[in-house]
Design a protein around this ligand. Structure first.
Ligand SMILES: NC(=O)c1ccc[n+]([C@@H]2O[C@H](COP(=O)([O-])OP(=O)(O)OC[C@H]3O[C@@H](n4cnc5c(N)ncnc54)[C@H](OP(=O)(O)O)[C@@H]3O)[C@@H](O)[C@H]2O)c1
Length: 345
């Protein structure tokens, strides 16, 4: 089953809105798991005139260009590094929409190489801001993570700084300057380096290593991810953080869903890992507006309620993975098999 095609059954609803109709779009990290998902939507549904895939590794570009799903006249592949301002400036010529997914995202690698995480996730974002302004980009949507909320690891801390840089940049944008919005979400099912492919690999030996059986994590599927990005493009007012209302799952439930009969070895949490994650911070509660299947955190510089249809949340509200609806074993299996749509919390 092709989850992406199903996700795009909403066809007409997923076309780029004014003033982005027929836009040139650049996707940083377009060869990654999230990037490819967005590129497929852009090519198949959005009506974009040009979709530029921007990332470093030439082999990933090569593989993508040979993949039948990406054979499309609008696709342009560009090798480049977001640390390289000159290259970014060149890539953004004529671009109206920038979807920023490129990052160093592995918690343990970022812990061991903090300077590199800073250079990609923070300095890279500073370059994105500067180059977008200079090129006259209209909209920038960046990917953040639950790990940016009360961060306990370098990766989360760099993503928190990324969020703050973008929100400040939005506050400083003139009326014609770029609008910067953010999507913050939990673990993408099946993304590279996540625990699901790890368990699937370990299953072959009949032995799974679990950090902590009670640990909970938010999970997002392809369809929900494309939908929340689209929501941010359509409704983002600048400086907004869009958060899908995701379900969560205990780690032991996930292990059972993947390998019911495997032997489990508990190895303890790794440096920088929390037992539970949160998608919002209590200090953000007064600026949250709640919709059926997502939340929006309005930037402090946007006075009043710029998302009028949404309901406020209670003071001190926090959206935590141990308090979200917890997925059962069969539901998690269905999600992994692509047969389940994540339901609003
Ligand atoms: N996956 C998740 O569960 C999850 C959850 C929450 C948030 N996010 C966020 O979503 C985004 C995408 O995650 P993902 O899982 O799709 O990551 P991924 O599969 O590892 O893809 C990352 C992409 O970024 C590119 N990249 C890395 N450093 C770069 C640089 N300096 N310049 C240009 N391109 C660079 C990579 O290609 P090269 O290495 O070839 O450059 C690759 O195309 C990240 O910002 C991540 O923080 C992910």
């Amino acid at each position: 089953m092709d989850v992406f095609s199903d996700a795009c059954q909403e066809a007409g609803k997923m076309a780029l809105p004014e003033p982005l109709i027929g836009a040139s779009v650049l996707v940083t990290g377009g060869t990654g798991t999230t990037g490819k998902l967005l590129v497929r939507w852009l090519l198949e549904q959005s009506g974009a005139s040009r979709v530029i895939v921007f990332s470093r590794d030439e082999h990933k570009h090569h593989d993508m260009l040979r993949d039948p799903r990406f054979q499309h006249p609008a696709l342009h592949s560009m090798v480049g590094d977001i640390r390289d301002l000159r290259r970014l400036r060149h890539a953004l010529e004529g671009v109206s929409l920038l979807l920023h997914t490129a990052a160093m995202k592995h918690v343990s690698i970022a812990e061991a190489n903090p300077t590199e995480a800073v250079r990609t996730n923070i300095e890279g974002t500073m370059n994105i801001i500067e180059a977008s302004r200079d090129a006259g980009v209209l909209r920038v949507i960046a990917h953040s993570t639950d790990k940016a909320v009360q961060p306990a690891c370098i990766y989360g801390a760099t993503k928190l700084v990324m969020e703050k840089l973008l929100i400040r940049a939005d506050a400083e944008s003139g009326k014609d300057g770029p609008r910067f919005d953010i999507v913050r979400h939990g673990n993408l099912i099946g993304s590279r380096g996540s625990v699901i492919p790890l368990f699937q690999e370990q299953m072959k030996s009949g032995r799974l290593t679990l950090t902590d059986p009670e640990m909970t994590r938010f999970w997002i599927d392809d369809e929900t991810l494309v939908s929340i990005i689209y929501r941010a493009i359509v409704d983002g007012k600048g400086g907004d953080i869009f958060i899908p209302k995701l379900p969560a799952c205990r780690l032991d439930t996930l292990a059972q869903a993947i390998a019911q009969d495997a032997t489990i070895e508990i190895i303890g949490a790794r440096p920088g890992e929390k037992r539970h994650e949160a998608l919002t911070d209590p200090v953000e509660a007064s600026r949250i507006r709640q919709f059926d299947d997502y939340l929006v955190i309005t930037a402090e510089h946007r006075s009043g309620n710029s998302h009028a249809g949404g309901a406020p949340v209670t003071a001190g509200y926090q959206f935590r993975s141990d308090q979200a609806p917890l997925l059962e074993v069969q539901q998690m299996r269905d999600i992994i098999d692509g047969n389940f749509r994540t339901e609003p919390a």
